[in-house]
Design a protein around this ligand. Structure first.
Ligand code: ATP
Length: 271
């Protein structure tokens, strides 16, 4: 963890209260409440199908809750103008899509759209934001490469850079470390931490409990559409809770270098 999170008294910029959501007859979220503040890095954890992506989509305004309320810097994101929402919040979805003929630099420049006038040429501020995002994501050497000539992991970094170039107040990341090698997993988590320490509110869906424990200020655990735990990583990631929620017996220890909690499956091997 880099530096300290904001005091718990700060106003939440993401404020989800008593939210439920259904896909047709199937309930995905049930009475979920959750807040996140500027300067905070919050990890959303939970097994497959727990409702994490659905919650992120509601915060980004891509869907409206069937009950309860979502506020994003005071906006109702499902009903506010998309441009106003995009000036506050950038989402890096699980499987971002974009037309292939673009270069990395052009794709990252798309993040500037909510800040540009219709048909206006990019300003030096736009170019500066794009260059900064490319540098932060270790993409400068790939800037003129076409997206279809990148590996899956490289493309994920491009979408992260596009979100940073958007200069949002809230950064929503859905599994930002999927398909990345260990070095780039750590790089992305550090970028998220640095963004939070710089004043962004960062909310990331994560499956790697140990990366989440090492980097996040606070963890929120979803299970079957409900919040079942919330708090600092060391309090949330107990062996009992991981076994209960993920249905796997684990060994719970501590990273000898950082002090962060570590959980590893504790299944005896069949020999
Ligand atoms: N488009 C959809 N139509 C119908 N049901 C859906 C749809 N998307 C998700 N669901 C269901 O809603 C529930 C929550 O899904 P969601 O994708 O939010 O879970 P998740 O925690 O992000 O899972 P994962 O870790 O597997 O990505 C699951 O039961 C899922 O099957």
């Amino acid at each position: 963890m880099i530096g300290a999170p904001p005091p718990p008294t700060a106003e939440p910029i993401v404020d989800v209260r008593g939210v439920s959501f259904r896909y047709g007859a199937r309930g995905a979220l049930e009475n979920v409440s959750f807040t996140a503040r500027a300067g905070e890095f919050v990890g959303l954890l939970g097994p497959n199908g727990a409702g994490k992506s659905t919650l992120v989509r509601l915060v980004a305004g891509l869907a409206a809750p069937s009950a309860g309320s979502v506020r994003l810097a005071g906006l109702d994101p499902a009903h506010a103008p998309r441009r106003a929402v995009a000036q506050v919040c950038a989402l890096v979805p699980q499987e971002p899509r974009i037309g292939w003929p673009f270069t990395v630099r052009e794709a990252v420049m798309m993040g500037r759209a909510p800040r540009q006038g219709l048909l206006a040429l990019p300003t030096r501020f736009d170019h500066g934001a794009v260059q900064g995002a490319l540098a932060a994501c270790d993409l400068v050497h790939l800037a003129d490469r076409r997206l279809d000539a990148l590996s899956g992991g490289e493309r994920r970094r491009v979408f992260f850079a596009r979100a940073l170039a958007q200069e949002p107040r809230v950064l929503l990341l859905d599994e930002p470390t999927a398909f990345l090698d260990l070095g780039h997993q750590v790089m992305v988590m550090r970028m998220a931490e640095v963004a939070a320490r710089g004043g962004l509110c960062v909310v990331a869906v994560l499956h790697d409990l140990n990366l989440a424990a090492a980097a996040c200020d606070r963890l929120v655990v979803l299970s079957r559409g409900r919040v079942v735990a919330e708090g600092p990583p060391a309090d949330v990631l107990t062996a009992e809770r991981v076994r209960e929620v993920w249905d796997v017996p684990v060994w719970r220890g501590e990273n000898g270098v950082t002090g962060a909690p570590v959980v590893l499956p504790a299944l005896p091997r069949d020999r």
